[in-house]
Design a protein around this ligand. Structure first.
Ligand code: ZN
Length: 302
């Protein structure tokens, strides 16, 4: 007997119906659903609710000293305008061999498959030398806080492999870019729009800094991940068309392909900030919003 679609699809359909869009990233209903699903076959779970409505689920099978972790996140990106969907995003509609819904691919499909694996192992009392741990996480789409909580609780001790069910077109992926998110704030001086020379235009200064931020992207090329990147995904500033803006901020999303590159980017940004501030016009400051290290497996079998 093998695991079949019939073991996976009902779980997937149920998971899609449980809204876990992030923000706000409330996953507790999906986590409790998985807890119940595992409990029915005799696997008990630990729920780590690290913030109200946001939780991880950890379930184990086997007694091996070393472990293999099967992991997936339960939160999804938002569905956006539901009217633009071919089928309702939380309807779990099956059509022409596909299941439509927010998170069906990223990554409730993989979570459903992992749960089916756990149930199969338990129901068939499969003998296995390593302990198999299922880890369902929250907040992957924003900050990865759930994974951090799980790691800090010691789940990685004695772990030999982590299998992450992220969609990769069924290719094995052994590396992932790291993240460095930086907020840049520019403080100028307000004045009337008819006399801009009496103020300091924060938007003008931000526009000058943006090309400089691009020069902070390192040139190094990773053999799998390629080159590091920058996306400036948000900018805000000003109040009215006829007022010199006293404030502007923008957010830089650097994705780095090797662990030592974050330091290089930070150094370069410090230089840029110093250079702009020494001009004595607008005042520039930066804040690191979030950072995650780049990872790549020690194995190079692809
Ligand atoms: Zn994902």
């Amino acid at each position: 007997m093998l695991i079949t679609e019939n073991d996976v699809i009902p779980i997937l359909k149920d998971l899609i119906k449980l809204k876990t869009e992030n923000p706000p990233g409330l996953t507790i209903d999906a986590i409790k659903y998985l807890e119940k699903e595992l409990e029915e076959c005799g696997i008990s779970s630990e729920i780590q609710e690290y913030s109200e409505g946001k939780a991880n689920l950890i379930a184990e099978y086997g007694n091996g000293e070393r472990s293999i972790i099967l992991t997936g996140h339960l939160d999804t990106v938002p569905a956006g305008d539901e009217n633009k969907w071919k089928f309702p995003p939380f309807g779990s509609i099956e059509d022409d061999g596909k299941i439509y819904g927010r998170g069906s691919t990223d990554m409730k499909g993989a979570v459903a498959a992992f749960i089916a694996v756990m149930k199969y192992l338990k129901e068939n009392n499969v003998k296995i030398s390593k302990k198999i741990i299922f880890l369902g996480t929250s907040d992957e789409e924003i900050g990865m806080d759930g994974a951090v909580v799980a790691k800090e609780s010691g789940i990685m001790e004695n772990c030999d492999f982590v299998i992450i069910g992220e969609p990769t077109e069924l290719q094995i992926a052994i590396a992932e870019k790291g993240t460095l998110w930086i907020k840049v704030e520019v403080e100028g001086q307000s004045a009337h729009g008819s006399t801009p020379h009496l103020g300091i235009n924060a938007i003008d200064t931000a526009a000058k800094i943006i090309p400089l931020m691009k020069t902070a992207v390192p040139d190094f090329e990773h053999k799998i991940l390629g080159k590091s990147t920058l996306n400036i995904g948000k900018i805000e500033g000003g109040t009215l068309i006829n007022v010199v803006p006293e404030y502007c901020e923008f957010k830089c999303d650097y994705r780095v392909v090797a662990e030592d590159l974050r330091g290089q980017i930070k150094e370069k940004i410090e230089e840029i900030v110093k250079f702009v501030n020494e001009k004595g016009e607008a005042k520039v400051s930066t804040e690191i919003m979030h950072e995650i290290q780049a990872i790549s497996s020690i194995f190079s079998f692809i």
